[in-house]
Design a protein around this ligand. Structure first.
Ligand code: G1P
Length: 296
C-alpha cells in the first residue's frame, strides 16, 4: 500500500461565526495562545509523515499564504538582536518551495466540492484531509494514530468520536457494522441527521484518510444535506462499492474551534498546557471561579 504523503486542508470557509474578527483575517489565522489554528493542523500533518500540503482557499485568504512564506525582515531583526529562540520558532513556520500548493474554490458549494478542487494535485494514492477547525490535543497526534491504523487495514478511514445524541445534527454520523474497539467498520454514513435519524452516536471528526475512489465519486457528486456537496456522501458511496470504510476512535481531546465555546475551551486548555503560562494562568482561573461561586 502506498504511504499517505499528501494532505488537503479545506480553508475556504467564510468563518461567519467569528465575525467581525473574520471580516479581515481568515479564521484559520486566529490564535490559540500564540499559534494560528492552521499551524496546529500543519504540525499534526508533519508528525504523520505528510510531505505535500494542499490548501483549498478562497478570496480573502491571502494572509494564509503570507503566513507560510519566509519573512526576511523579521528574521533579520531577530538575528541582529540575538533572539535565537524566537527566530527558530519563526523559521519553523516557513514552508519550502513546492511543499505547499494553493487551489481556489470559487464557489462555496460544500466540503466535498472543496476537496474535489484539489483533484489534479493528487496521484493514484491515498490522501489525508484535515479540517483545521477541529483541534485535537493528543500524546500521539491524531493523524499519526490514523496513518498507523490505516497501514494495517487500508481503505477509507475517518476519525470518530462519541457525541451526545442531541448533537448528531452537527456532524456526519456513522452506522456501525462491527465495533472492534478503536476501529469500527461502517455500513452507513449520514450527514447532519436529525436526532431521530442518527444511526449511532459516533460522529465523524475532521481527519480523513481517503482512497482515490472517493475523489472519483466526487466527480459525479450531487448536492446533499444543506444543499451542499458533502464529503460524507462520497465516502458513504464507497461502502456500497468496496465495503472498506472505517471509523477510528482516536485517543485525545478534540476542541471544536469552529464554535466560540470550543475555541475558548481550547484557549484555556492550551494555555494551561504551556509551562511558562500555567502557574499564573491557573491561579487566575481559580481566583475567577472562587469569585463567581461567592457571588452566587
Ligand atoms: C464537517 C463534515 C462533518 C463532520 C464535521 C466534523 O462539517 O461535513 O461530516 O462531522 O465537519 O467537524 P462542518 O462542521 O464543516 O459543518
Amino acid at each position: 500500500m502506498k504511504r499517505v504523503s499528501k494532505a488537503i486542508f479545506p480553508v475556504a470557509g467564510l468563518g461567519t461565526r467569528f465575525l467581525p474578527a473574520t471580516k479581515s483575517i481568515p479564521k484559520e489565522i486566529m490564535t490559540l495562545v500564540d499559534r494560528p489554528l492552521i499551524q496546529y493542523a500543519i504540525d499534526e500533518a508533519r508528525a504523520a509523515g505528510i510531505k505535500e500540503f494542499i490548501f483549498v482557499t478562497a478570496r480573502g485568504k491571502s494572509a494564509l499564504e503570507d503566513y507560510f512564506d519566509v519573512a526576511p525582515e523579521l528574521e533579520n531583526t531577530l538575528r541582529k538582536k540575538g533572539k535565537n529562540e524566537l527566530l527558530k520558532t519563526l523559521k519553523s513556520t516557513n514552508m519550502d518551495s513546492g511543499e505547499i500548493a494553493y487551489m481556489r474554490q470559487n464557489k462555496a458549494l460544500g466540503l466535498g466540492h472543496a476537496v474535489w478542487c484539489a483533484r489534479r494535485l493528487l496521484g493514484n494514492e491515498p490522501f489525508a484531509v484535515i479540517l483545521p477547525d477541529d483541534v485535537i490535543a493528543a500524546e500521539k497526534p491524531c493523524l499519526q494514530q490514523m496513518v498507523e491504523a490505516h497501514a494495517e487495514i487500508g481503505g477509507n478511514m475517518v476519525a470518530a468520536m462519541e457525541v451526545p445524541p442531541e448533537m448528531a445534527s452537527s456532524y456526519g454520523m456513522l452506522d456501525i457494522k462491527e465495533d472492534m474497539g478503536s476501529v469500527v467498520s461502517v455500513k452507513g454514513m449520514v450527514e447532519k441527521p436529525t436526532v431521530a435519524d442518527a444511526p449511532s452516536n459516533l460522529a465523524v471528526i475532521g481527519r480523513y484518510i481517503l482512497t482515490p475512489d472517493v475523489m472519483r465519486n466526487l466527480n459525479k457528486a450531487k448536492s446533499g444535506a444543506g444543499g451542499e456537496i458533502q464529503l460524507t456522501d462520497a465516502i458513504a458511496a464507497e461502502i456500497e462499492n468496496s465495503d472498506n470504510v472505517y471509523g477510528y476512535r482516536f485517543r485525545g481531546q478534540r476542541y471544536d474551534c469552529g464554535s466560540k465555546a470550543g475555541f475558548l475551551q481550547a484557549t484555556v486548555a492550551f494555555g494551561l498546557a504551556r509551562e511558562e503560562l500555567s502557574g499564573e494562568f491557573s491561579q487566575f482561573l481559580e481566583g475567577m471561579m472562587a469569585t463567581r461561586k461567592a457571588a452566587q
